[in-house]
Design a protein around this ligand. Structure first.
Ligand SMILES: Cc1cc2nc3c(=O)[nH]c(=O)nc-3n(C[C@H](O)[C@H](O)[C@H](O)COP(=O)(O)OP(=O)(O)OC[C@H]3O[C@@H](n4cnc5c(N)ncnc54)[C@H](O)[C@@H]3O)c2cc1C
Length: 313
């Protein structure tokens, strides 16, 4: 097996608009390069053979996490930076995701923008960004756009990006905090929001076998005003689970609710058997992960400190 890429020319962009115009001039055989953690392995295997790479990695001001009024992540922000940032404290689900991606080497090189552009159905970011209602900001030959994440991810390895268009930023609305959102008991304790993302992996440097992202907002100690539940790896794109969301919103969350969520997840999951496990194993795993993720999200919404990490088996 060849382990060297086909010959290509390397170009360094000075700004996003410079990158867009370089790609426009170089044509279809040119690609953007970010962390290189998906693109370079594909090039080494000759599954991708661009003749030109336009490197975004030296453009100033493209890696940042800003927390005022909502979270804004620069496209070139590394997974490791997100995992370590105090600014993601109100969205613990982001830390769960970033901290569990592959190993430290990949986390320190790979970017959130590159992950979204790749749209790998086994990637971790899609279910999490869908659960948090993110918006993807882009720049292309026709100017800037803001695209709802649900409309951005079209299919496996397919996004709404136009030719020569790049991702510049991911914007995430901050969920309601206790005391600012729904309050049914006049107590600032209720109205909190919590989320959790849990993936099952064989070991750190491989993609997940199954994963579940949950973000919910409480109107009462155990009553859910809003819920979003997405599965990763269990379909061609991240899969929303409306039946689980409806169950969560329909009353007090008790053991029976958790069991209904588990069943809803298992019903909608479309896993395939592969080296990471049989379809049935993945379906069972997704159901179990959903219960764990709902439990962690619920406790976080109640302001309990809950550490979540991926499970390895
Ligand atoms: C061993 C290993 C294990 C991994 N495990 C996981 C895992 O468990 N979970 C997971 O989610 N990911 C995993 N990854 C992938 C990793 O998260 C990568 O960071 C990610 O897929 C791509 O990000 P990148 O910055 O490296 O993009 P690149 O590889 O540089 O680019 C990927 C694609 O996106 C395009 N692109 C890059 N940036 C932009 C942009 N701003 N706008 C438009 N297009 C752009 C490129 O042209 C290319 O087509 C793993 C990677 C490796 C090598």
């Amino acid at each position: 097996m060849r382990m060297y890429p086909a010959a290509f020319a390397y170009h360094r962009a000075q700004s996003y608009s410079d990158a867009v115009s370089q790609i426009c001039q170089l044509g279809e055989d040119a690609k953007f390069l970010a962390g290189g953690q998906s693109l370079i392995p594909l090039m080494k295997l000759r599954l991708s053979t661009p003749r030109h790479l336009v490197d975004l990695g030296f453009i100033p001001g493209t890696s940042y996490i800003h927390g005022n009024g909502g979270l804004r992540l620069g496209a070139l922000t590394r997974h490791a930076a997100i995992a370590a940032s105090p600014d993601v404290a109100r969205l613990s689900i982001l830390r769960d995701c970033a901290a569990g991606i592959a190993d430290p080497q990949v986390r320190h090189m790979g970017t959130i923008g590159g992950s979204l552009a790749e749209a790998d159905p086994t990637g971790d970011w899609a279910p999490v960004l869908l659960a948090t209602g993110a918006t993807v900001k882009t720049l292309g030959p026709n100017g800037e756009r803001s695209i709802d994440i649900a409309e951005f991810i079209l299919d496996a390895y397919q996004t709404g990006l136009q030719p020569a268009e790049l991702i510049t930023e991911i914007a995430i609305p901050l969920p309601p905090q206790a005391g600012t959102g729904h309050q049914s008991r006049g107590s600032a304790r209720w109205g909190g929001s919590g989320g959790a993302y849990i993936a099952l992996k064989r070991c750190a440097p491989v993609y997940a076998s199954a994963s579940v992202a949950v973000q919910l907002t409480l109107s009462d100690e155990a009553t859910c005003a809003d819920a979003r539940v997405y599965l990763g790896v269990l379909g061609l794109t991240a899969t929303r689970v409306p039946a689980a969301e409806e169950v969560l919103r329909s009353g007090t969350i008790i053991d029976k609710t958790m069991e209904q969520v588990r069943r809803a997840v298992m019903d909608i999951a479309e896993p395939v058997s592969d080296m990471r496990g049989s379809a049935d194993y993945k379906r069972q795993a997704a159901g179990a992960l959903a219960k764990l993720a709902v439990d962690a999200a619920l406790r976080r919404a109640r302001r309990e400190p809950v550490e979540v990490s991926h499970l390895y088996a």
